[in-house]
Write a protein that binds this ligand. Sequence first.
Ligand SMILES: Cc1ncc(C[n+]2csc(CCOP(=O)(O)OP(=O)(O)O)c2C)c(N)n1
Ligand code: SF4
Length: 253
Amino acid sequence: MKKVGGRSALWNDKPSPYCPGCGHGVVHRVICELIEEYQLADRCVFMAPVGCSILAYTFLDLDICQSAHGRTPAAATGIKRAHPDTFVLAYQGDGDLASIGTAEIIHAANRGENITTIFVNNAIYGMTGGQMAPTTLVGQKATTCPDGRDVSAGMGYPLKVCELLQSIGGVAYLARTTVHTPANVVKTKQAIKKAFDVQLNKQGFSLVEVLTSCPVNWGMTPLEALDFVDQNMVPQYPLGEYKVGGLSVTPTV
Ligand SMILES: Cc1ncc(C[n+]2csc(CCOP(=O)(O)OP(=O)(O)O)c2C)c(N)n1
Ligand code: SF4
């Protein structure tokens, strides 16, 4: 019988630490499949953030480096420059990348560092109990905005990271995808593959933003959370490629 699926060999037998319906596990699976397909495991350093996915070190059989909140792009820069043959894969949540780490990601992108970043946007601080993130939608409830994010109360607007980075010259490849349906998981893998190719071909900075769900902190069932991504996240954060070959493109899904 032909095997059509299975767990990546890079994912050991430890149970997933993520909540049911969390998008991190899906994104990890896609990444692991690509690392295996490209045979990069022996020279890959997975740069973990401070959010829930810091726990990747408990179950991924990869070299993993964790840096303080938001500093992943700076630490990744150091590793890549010191060891150019290393495949540096940075993995950051929206609290980590779009909040305290805003300066680091913008300047790593602007320098055109030859690293690949997977930016997981679940519109909330997951690990610390659901505070508002820069990416939280207007009207969306969080522990620090229990009545919903209110622009008129000075809470600001959802930060659009792809749109922000699109203007930066050092960015070679930039895309936004989602993993709330199987078809979109396939598209996410295609986008991350392109981002891998950019680093392997020494073409500069690449980033794929992946929209995911955090059912626990959104106060939803996993299925309701998938609907929320579809109905609320995708309209706010348009999917598609934003930069290809260093050139800005109009995103088309
Ligand atoms: C310097 C520093 N400040 C604050 C924290 C607390 N902290 C840990 S995880 C986190 C939020 C992570 O949210 P996000 O990056 O969106 O990841 P998620 O858990 O949602 O995947 C915060 C604020 C920390 N660990 N280090
Ligand atoms: S708190 Fe949210 S981001 Fe963290 S593991 Fe649970 S569902 Fe995932």
